[in-house]
Design a binder for this molecule. Structure first.
Ligand code: CU
Length: 67
């Protein structure tokens, strides 16, 4: 399963890396690529283990807004 999440609140490359690492730490996430310029994340995950809500929660816990 592959989804694109909107992420707001990222201001620099450190934020980008923080959001990306938060997503990669979620069990079931196969790959995560966050774009600072576009304010979005493309996440590939195993739908048996992870869910969009879990991904959004991880981004918010890292200090950003996810939609
Ligand atoms: Cu930053």
């Amino acid at each position: 399963m592959k989804i694109t999440l909107k992420i707001t609140g990222m201001t620099c490359n450190g934020c980008r890396a923080g959001a990306e690492n938060a997503l990669k730490r979620v069990p079931g996430v196969l790959s995560a690529a966050v774009s600072l310029e576009r304010g979005e994340a493309v996440v590939e995950y195993d739908e048996k283990t992870a869910a969009p809500e879990t991904l959004r929660a991880a981004v918010e816990k890292a200090g950003f807004k996810a939609g």
